[in-house]
Structures are given as C-alpha cells and as structure tokens.
Write a protein that binds this ligand. Sequence first.
Ligand code: FAD
Length: 316
Amino acid sequence: MAKLLSYNATLLARIDLESGLSVFRVRPDQPVCHAGTETPGFIPGQYVTLGLNRSQDEIDAGATPVSVTRPMSIASSPAQPQDVEFFIRYVEQPASSLPLTHLLWALPVGDRLFLRTSATGHFNLVDTIGTDDPRAKLFVCAGTGLAPFVSIVREVVDNNPQANLSLFAITHGTRTSSALGYREELENLRARNGLGYLPTISRPHQDPDWSGRGGRVENLFSPEAIEQTERDLRIDIRPDKTVVYICGLTGTIAECIRHLLPRGFVPQHRRIRKALEIPEDQETTLYYEQYDSEPVINVNDPAVIEALKASMPRSA
Ligand SMILES: Cc1cc2nc3c(=O)[nH]c(=O)nc-3n(C[C@H](O)[C@H](O)[C@H](O)COP(=O)(O)OP(=O)(O)OC[C@H]3O[C@@H](n4cnc5c(N)ncnc54)[C@H](O)[C@@H]3O)c2cc1C
C-alpha cells in the first residue's frame, strides 16, 4: 500500500510546449546516483522515479492511495547530475485513481516533490552494445519517448562539443510540430555535429507550415518508406550496420518490430524471441523501452506469430 512520501527535491522549472506536454527541471537535495551506490551520476538512457502525495484535505477525508510514484526517463546529461530534466506528457485518460501526471501539473514551480535518486534501467548503450560499437545507433521514438535519446546525445557533446554524431540517428514522431520537443537543439546537433534527425508528424493537415515527413514514426520503416529514411539519415538500416532502440508506447514498438524483422533485426525481449524461435545465442539488434504495459506482441496468438516468422529472413 502506498505510503506518504518524504519530499527530497524541488521543481525548478516547467516549460510548456503545448497543453499537457512539458519539460520539467527538478533539483534533488542529493544528486542522482548510479543504482545501488552513492556515486553521483547515471548512464544516459536510465530513469528515476518521481512521486507526489495526495492533497492533505483528501487524505484527511480518507482517500487512498495517499501517494503515487512513476518511473520517468532522464532527458538531461549526466554532466549535470544536480539538476535533472524530464519530458512528460499529461495523461488524459489515466489507468489509476491517482495519476502522477495530474498531481504534477498542479504542482507550482518552487514546490517540493519526491525523486528516488537511484538511476535505474538497462536501456542504454553501456548495458546493451557498449559505447564503442562501430555500428550506427537508430533511435526511434514517439512523443515523450524522446527523453532517453536526448540524454544520450547530450552526454556525447557535453564530453566533446565537436563530437561527430553521424552514427547517431533520432527519428521522432508526434501529432503536430509543436510537440516536437528539443527540436531546435536536435536541429543544431544535426547542423553542427552531423546528428541524423528526422522528425515526422501524423497530423500535417493541422500544421500548414510543416514541410517535413508526415505520418507516424513507425511508418518511416515500412517497406515503402525505409529506403528514403535511410537516405535521409545517411545510415544503412541493417543489423550488421545499425542497432535499433525504440522508446514509447506499445503501438510504436510493435509496428517498428513488424517492419524491422524482415530486415533481420532481432529483438531483445525473451518471450518474443522464444515465440519467434530465435536462437538464444543470436545477437540482439533491437532494444526497446516501453512506457505502458500492454503486450507488445501477443505471443499466444499463432496467427500473429506465424505472420512475423514468415516475414523474417531465413538466417535471422
Ligand atoms: C521506464 C519508464 C520510463 C518512463 N519515462 C517517461 C517519460 O520520460 N515521460 C513520460 O511522459 N512518461 C514516462 N513513462 C510513463 C510514466 O511512468 C507514467 O506511466 C505516465 O506518466 C502516466 O502516469 P500517471 O500516473 O499519470 O497515469 P496512470 O494512471 O498510471 O495511467 C497509465 C496509462 O497512461 C498511458 N501513458 C503512460 N505514459 C504515457 C506517455 N508518456 N504518453 C501518453 N500516454 C502515456 C498508458 O496508456 C498507461 O496505460 C515512463 C514509463 C516507464 C516504464
């Protein structure tokens, strides 16, 4: 049962991109540390837990639960472990009775909140292919799934402002261009450091000035679109040349897997691999971090699994 949380952090700033989509800057009293240690820092791609208590009036009236915590990817660079940045969507139709995002949006700047300062998660380069792997890293995200990838590229340029980012490619999908968080920063990294950056919006009719790609981000990898995407990003989207990281909600992840299996990409998730009869020793070339809890692929549906297996190259 949820307990009252002891607040240990301050909301420094909230930058609204549009209604219900904001960047939050939080200063914990103690810096974020590597999980299980007291060493300040984190691996870009990791997340921490944010939490808030219900209002005292509601608690006094007997409402439960009294608090809520949720994982949130860190969007800032470990070079600034003191102030931590998050890219958060207000969830209009929450699944719980005390949604964190609703409390967060009611929190005035300067007020206190809870931040578990132990950074967690394996969705990062160190814990997957390693930072020295010579292949391109293709980051695919929808909405706030961009956060871990911003942290990853920020760390590279924080360590070396002249770094060549041509082996990093970010594809970001949103409904309209106003939700393309970090766009200016990523466009600057594209111009100065060679970052591959390909935003796409699914409602271009609501965005008359938009001249970029249209459609959902997963459609950049459909059979009709993938070659243009390779040209735009200047990478070869094949597992010997590129490793794929996807972050966001189920639909994006599932569709990307469906489009990338025929190219020989191998997902990490054990149950999916087993259902697809991928040998245990076959290298993972597609990783994902899921923000919701729907099954990405219904491994118990023979029709789904057979269709996916039929799409895979024989050697995969
Ligand atoms: C490892 C990890 C990292 C995460 N990082 C982020 C992050 O950086 N930014 C962020 O906004 N969320 C992130 N989330 C999701 C976050 O933890 C919460 O689930 C989300 O904020 C909703 O919480 P809630 O209490 O307001 O709503 P709940 O009552 O818990 O409602 C849950 C429902 O909200 C929907 N949902 C969850 N996340 C999103 C989202 N990002 N956009 C739209 N709908 C969503 C899902 O359909 C889910 O069923 C992350 C989740 C995980 C597991």
